[in-house]
Ligand binder design. Structure first.
Ligand SMILES: [Zn+2]
Length: 422
């Protein structure tokens, strides 16, 4: 049963509590964990601006015992969490670029895509994903509500700057025809009325069209303690079971699923109208490996304890460093760093600055909820602080050798899953 009350914060300029499971409508939802109040992760004010009043929102994780969806307890108006100047661009991370190239290769081979096929990406960001399909010869269309869509248009990826919904889906179908493939990478967990999104996707698909989604995957999130990926953009934390439950409700059948490395552990899921594609063994295999019902509730309770202990361990490490007078910097300012610094309490008294690679739109701004400035990475090499905490720790293996090769001589620390020096 669909929820009869969707937590709809869009247009309110505020937030609305999630009172029913966003997939199945079940009540009541169990509380898993509270990270306290958090600032929106994209709320980054320019360095030097006088501190002024800013909104913070409770950040509580809930679990549905019926469909096993783990979800945020609050929906915040998208106008607040995705401001027009939204500074995230997916093209800046090599791991993501490689993943999207892989997505195109895998799906084009599996589905036999030709130049007649239309591929539509929802939440298409700077067009990085679609650029692969364009190079592969497919027709492409992006749908992206923020100004980042302009970057895509400039690089030749046609992009509608709209919030996606059934109305937009109908317009797109009329104007561009039905899609062979609709993709949603990392936005499928973001949009508040998920059933309306799936309705819109089904509306745009050809009879045998395929919906490919990529989302943070709950299993590695729990296993590697990625509580820092919990923030207001992410309304839902899918297992394959909960995702399948959702798609089943729309007569879409999951026929292929596999884990991918994006964002520290994501899941790529292929679905299509029931009976149109042969269901691969991967689906049953992944489902069997996931905890369900009471086992999931128990796993989530253990996660809560681990998160709290992790915060104390990281603080203990920072305390030891500060007692020795160490100067500490941060490496990269992904959205997840906002949750980490605010939950753990790493403020400007502890972290001198955070470095971003040249070209990042975050340079010249303050980390959300703090007065920690974001500066260009070159500062790290001229300043040589005693140590640097890698906030994008999920790609520490990619980053650490580069930082050392470029001349950083201090100690590198990863904050999660267990705080440690590299
Ligand atoms: Zn549910």
């Amino acid at each position: 049963m669909r929820p009869n009350k969707v937590a709809r914060a869009a247009g309110t300029g505020a937030s609305v509590p999630v009172e029913q499971c966003q997939i199945c409508g079940h009540v009541p939802l169990d509380t898993v964990l509270s990270l306290g109040y958090m600032p929106p992760v994209n709320q980054m004010v320019p360095i030097g601006q006088a501190p002024h009043q800013q909104p913070w929102f409770p950040t509580t994780l809930l679990h549905c015992r019926k469909c096993d969806l783990v979800q945020l307890g609050l929906a915040v108006d998208p106008a607040i969490i995705f401001p027009p100047e939204y500074p995230y661009t997916s093209g800046t991370t090599k791991l993501l670029r490689d993943n999207f190239a892989d997505l195109q290769r895998e799906s084009a081979a599996m589905l036999g895509l030709t130049k007649e096929d239309l591929v539509i990406d929802i939440g298409s960001n700077d067009g990085t994903l679609l650029s692969n399909f364009k190079e592969g010869g497919q027709r492409v269309l992006g749908i992206e509500p923020t100004d980042v869509g302009d970057i895509a248009n400039r690089r030749g990826i046609p992009t509608l700057k709209r919030y996606f919904g059934v109305g937009v889906a109908r317009e797109v179908r009329r104007e561009y025809g039905a899609a062979s493939v609709v993709t949603a990478a990392n936005c499928f967990a973001h949009i508040e009325d998920v059933h309306a999104i799936v309705d819109g996707i089904v509306e745009m698909l050809k009879p045998d069209g395929v919906f490919i989604s990529e989302s943070h995957y709950l299993v590695p999130l729990l296993d590697t303690l990625q509580y820092d990926t919990i923030y207001h953009e992410h309304l839902r934390y899918y297992s394959l079971a909960s995702l399948k439950h959702l798609l089943d409700m729309h007569s879409l059948e999951v026929f292929q699923a596999r884990p991918i490395p994006s964002h520290g552990g994501s899941i790529r899921v292929y679905a299509a109208r029931r009976g149109t594609h042969a269901v691969q063994n991967s689906v049953a295999r992944m489902l069997a490996a996931e905890p369900r019902g009471d086992a999931m509730a128990k796993r989530l309770a253990a996660f809560r304890t681990e998160v709290i202990l992790s915060k104390l361990r990281l603080l203990a490490m920072v305390r030891d460093l500060k007692e020795k007078g160490a100067r500490i910097a941060g490496i990269s300012a992904p959205s997840r760093a906002s949750t980490l610094v605010n939950y753990v309490g790493l403020d400007e008294g502890l972290i001198d600055y955070v470095c971003e690679i040249p070209g990042s739109l975050k340079i010249g701004k303050l980390m959300p909820g703090t007065q920690i400035p974001v500066v260009e990475e070159s500062r790290l090499y001229t300043d040589q602080p005693d140590c640097a905490i890698i906030f994008s720790w999920h790609i520490a293996d990619e980053l650490a050798p580069k930082l050392k090769a470029k001349g950083f001589r201090g100690k590198l620390i990863t904050p999660l899953p267990v705080p440690r020096s590299l």
